[in-house]
Design a protein around this ligand. Structure first.
Ligand code: WTA
Length: 668
């Protein structure tokens, strides 16, 4: 993976010069009030990381048994707080029970309106109530054969039960793997096979823009899918627990499927939290990589909990009275760390919304901000660009004065969107935290601290405590300021992934094999003269489409699994709304007619294989794909064709130059 393509992209990154110091009013009350304060703590955190983290682990977490060693590091394998015993659900719930937080709202949930004009359902769970529900559901899991270490696949809409199911797993030491409700039956089956999950928690259906997503039906289908040798992919599944949500019709298979509400009748609310080792697996979350198969990112207990708790508090400068709304789905890591674990560990009020930002109307978010007095809003650049397109009249209809801090995550934010967000949502009064991190990192690594860090539109600014990033060249040498390079992290941190589920070798290779003694992020970046990081985006074959990580290889293998397709290559092109869009170059088998109908058929096929988020935006048919003499598809060339830019570089190794001209012109 060469640095060249990063350099090219950096030239195009706007030379942003504006600097926004933290608003005085904000800094006055903030936990950290100046850059000097940040720098002092940061220095401490990297000079003596073990001391720094041990102090926080002692202050922040409730332990059954204190650890014996803060960090055991045998590259690339880390153990944090080894020898300790702790429980995540105990730290998110029980610890608040004897305090004033017990009767505070832990979760505020707003459902999607069943139809335009109808109000959304709403539900609030205090810490006491949430604890009660989690204990009961943990007993349901036990009743259905789940023990510590077992894997549970969670495939639910954005309802409180998703958080309840996660916390119930954590309570009894089961390992959850949440699969985003927009993924297909095939994706569910693949993840079950890889994780060897014993149980699925799902719902009859979920609401999305007024339609019902048939989740249970997808699970039923997943449980019938076979691998290439005719074996069932999901044969490890023994039980399916079904939540009634959309009341759509579902099949219940006697002996295998049980209803959530009926099971609850069989249990009480007494369920002590299991004493888990610091390094016990907490969850597996699948994410796209540069090869065909999604990777099961493994996170463990104590380090993840500490880091998600601390980042939530410092990055969002959390206060007791905040209403914190992170708009991510729990199916993504952002939902894990900043809807569920981080906020709850802090005793905060976390808001969950089930639906889309523009259903029934484009002011849905602003309605919710006004209704609940949201103080912190954390969302994705792709959503902000959509709001810009829909127009300022929608936020203007609502009183947004409760907001005091804004955040973004998931992709680079363009300065125009940043400025718009600041002005039209934040009323020029709220600081913006542009937070850079990944599924693998467990929590935010590069970010402003809102009372301390002057911000620059488009820059994620500076590293969080204990994080040592660097921008390096192809040989792993640091590059000078303003030069592009690969973003690596030099030192282990508490929330780092502990591996890929069942594949330590691939973990070593993908993350620690690219740059010596460093974690390779897959992102390109530059650092400016002030030491600020500007993340340019992925430099591997992973695309970021509307904030969703999509591996091109995964889409290619979905396309070639279609009977009419001979070969496929997928590349990204810049898209004003989604950041990046997927362009597929496809050659078909002989005799197959290529037309608009086939194009749609292929798009649907990808949706079925992976999920609607992976549908190519553009499919171009070709007689052959341009290849080098050694048979490698010339992706660089395809990217240029997809972007509609002039063809640069040496193309004499092309098998068929004529193919170029034909591909350069979009079909029809
Ligand atoms: C990108 C989401 C620029 C990046 C938490 C990373 C960002 C990938 C930012 C991880 C940001 C995330 N600025 N790029 N603030 N945040 N990214 O695993 O390319 O879904 O590698 O985790 O999103 O996506 P993931």
């Amino acid at each position: 993976m060469a640095v060249n393509n990063v350099l090219a992209r950096i030239e195009s990154v706007l030379q942003e010069e504006r600097v926004f110091p933290p608003p005085k009013e904000f800094s006055r009350r903030a936990r950290l009030k100046s850059l000097a304060q940040y720098r002092k703590l940061y220095k401490e955190s990297i000079a003596a990381p073990e001391r720094f983290w041990a102090k926080r682990a002692k202050e922040e977490l409730v332990w059954f048994k204190r650890w014996t060693k803060v960090l055991q590091w045998q590259e690339p394998f880390a153990k944090w707080f080894a020898g300790g015993q702790i429980n995540v659900s105990d730290n998110c719930l029980d610890r608040h029970l004897g305090t004033a937080t017990a009767n505070k709202a832990a979760l505020i949930w707003e459902g999607e309106p069943a139809a335009p004009g109808k109000p959304g359902e709403e539900r609030t769970l205090t810490y006491k109530q949430l604890h009660h529900e989690v204990c009961r559901f943990a007993n349901v899991l036990k009743r259905n054969g789940i023990k510590a270490g077992d894997r549970v696949l969670i495939y639910l809409p954005m309802v409180p039960e998703a958080a309840i199911a996660m916390l119930a797993c954590a309570r009894i030491g089961a390992v959850h793997s949440v699969v985003f409700g927009g993924f297909s039956a095939q994706s569910v089956a693949d993840r079950i096979q890889d994780s060897q999950a014993k149980l699925v928690v799902t719902a009859d259906g979920g609401f999305r823009r007024g339609a019902v997503v048939p989740l249970k039906q997808n699970v039923d289908e997943a449980l019938t899918l076979e691998d290439a040798r005719g074996g069932l992919l999901a044969k490890s599944i023994e039980k399916v627990i079904v939540l009634r949500r959309a009341s759509n019709e579902v099949q219940i298979q006697e002996g295998r499927d049980v209803w959530w509400h009926q099971e609850l009748e069989q249990v009480d609310a007494h369920c002590p939290a299991e004493k888990m080792d610091s390094e016990a697996p907490l969850f597996i979350l699948y994410t796209s990589g540069s090869t065909g198969k999604p990777k099961g990112i493994l996170h463990t207990t104590a380090g993840y909990l500490l880091y998600s708790k601390l980042t939530t508090r410092y990055v969002f400068d959390l206060r007791d009275e905040d209403v914190f709304w992170c708009t991510a789905d729990v199916g993504w890591v952002t939902g894990h760390s900043y809807v569920v674990y981080g906020p709850l560990a802090n005793g905060a009020t976390s808001l969950m919304y089930e639906g889309a930002p523009n259903y029934p109307e484009p002011d849905r978010f602003w309605r919710i901000v006004e209704k609940y007095g949201v103080t912190i809003l954390y969302t994705a650049p792709t959503a902000i660009r959509a709001f810009m397109k829909w127009g300022v009249e929608w936020p203007r209809k609502h009183d947004l004065s409760s907001l005091r801090l804004l955040g973004t995550v998931g992709e680079p934010i363009n300065p125009e969107a940043w400025i718009w967000y600041r002005e039209h949502i934040g009323g020029n009064r709220c600081p913006i935290v542009d937070t850079w991190w990944q599924t693998e990192t467990g929590g935010i690594l590069i970010t402003p601290l809102p009372g301390a860090t002057p911000t620059k539109p488009g820059s994620a600014t500076l590293p969080f405590f204990g994080i040592v990033p660097e921008v390096v060249d192809d040989y792993g040498r640091p590059v000078p300021p303003n030069s592009g390079g690969k973003l690596v992290i030099r030192k282990p941190w508490p929330a780092m992934l502990r591996g890929l589920w069942g594949d330590p070798h691939r973990y070593q290779q993908v993350y620690w094999g690219e740059v010596e003694h460093s974690y390779f992020t897959g992102d390109g970046s530059r650092q400016d003269k002030d030491g600020y990081y500007w993340i340019v985006g992925r430099i591997d074959d992973v695309l970021n489409v509307a904030g969703h990580r999509i591996g091109t290889a995964e889409v290619e293998s979905a396309l070639v699994s279609h009977q009419k397709v001979a070969e496929a290559a997928v590349v990204g092109r810049t898209d004003a709304m989604k950041g990046q869009a997927l362009v597929a170059f496809v050659t078909v088998k002989s005799g197959v007619h290529t037309d608009g109908a086939l194009r749609e058929e292929l798009r649907q096929h990808v949706a079925k294989e992976i999920g609607p988020v992976a549908k190519p935006d553009d499919i171009r048919f070709a007689e052959v794909l341009p290849k080098t003499r050694s048979g490698k598809i010339m992706r660089r060339l395809l990217k240029q064709i997809a972007a509609g830019t002039e063809i640069k570089g040496d193309t004499t190794t092309l098998e068929d130059l004529g193919v170029l001209a034909r591909l350069s012109h979009a079909e029809e």
